[in-house]
Design a protein around this ligand. Structure first.
Ligand code: E4P
Length: 216
């Protein structure tokens, strides 16, 4: 399973990359806004300097023509830029047109298996089911992921399943168990994945015993 960073923060991306954890990056308008008054295209270019895998840049136009115009423009930023289109009618029309131009599209804001099927048929390179946001409203995000993985498994569609809106390590573990191609997560979730109290306790004990033995 590939790890994507779900952030537009350059320090977090650099830190994850130093472990080899940044196979790609997903940004969205909210994440870009959190970085302050950055120039969007320059910021995506800066991310692409750090990460050579897919870097998602999301369109903000509402209509097909606007989405295509932005998609064509953003795809020139770097060869690894992937255009993110929303799972709307216009978003999927734009997906088809951009895919026909050879541009990879990550279809975002997927909340149902039916939507995931449409995205694959429209030529998406990635489908992003949002697990955490479904959990937030009392639905089961992991169940959605499982269904999409099962459906895609029946066909030779090229669309990769990108588990998104991950909130905690269990989401990542279960996504890996189900065979999702990619998990995109905030840096905080990667950080949480390191932790185990027995690792800390064991390490402290080893060092204490070493010191007690008089070795330097
Ligand atoms: C994915 O590409 C989205 O940017 C992201 O996973 C949304 O996550 P959130 O629900 O935590 O905002």
């Amino acid at each position: 399973m590939q790890f994507f960073l779900d952030t537009a923060n350059l320090n977090e991306i650099r830190e994850a990359a130093s472990f080899g954890f940044a196979d790609g990056v997903t940004t969205n308008p909210s994440l870009i806004a959190k970085e302050g008054n950055v120039d969007f295209k320059q910021h995506i270019a800066a991310i692409c300097e750090i990460v050579k895998g897919p870097v998602s840049a999301e369109v903000t136009a509402q209509d097909v023509d606007g989405m295509i115009r932005e998609g064509l423009e953003y795809s020139k930023i770097a060869p690894n830029v992937v255009i993110k289109c929303p799972l709307t009618r216009d978003g999927l029309k734009a997906t088809r047109r951009l895919a026909d131009e050879g541009i990879r599209v990550n279809v975002t804001l997927c909340f149902s298996p039916a939507q995931a099927i449409l995205a694959a048929k429209a030529g998406a390179s990635f489908i992003s089911p949002f697990l955490g946001r479904l959990d937030d409203i009392g639905e089961n995000g992991l169940e959605l992921l499982q269904t999409i993985v099962e459906i895609y498994h029946n066909y030779s569609w090229k669309t990769e399943v990108l588990a998104a809106s991950l909130r905690h390590p269990i989401h990542v573990i279960e996504a890996a168990r189900m065979g999702a191609d990619i998990a995109t997560m905030p840096f905080k979730v990667i950080d949480q994945m390191f932790n185990h109290p027995l690792t800390d306790k064991g390490q402290a004990q080893f060092l204490a015993d070493w010191a007690k033995s008089g070795r330097k």
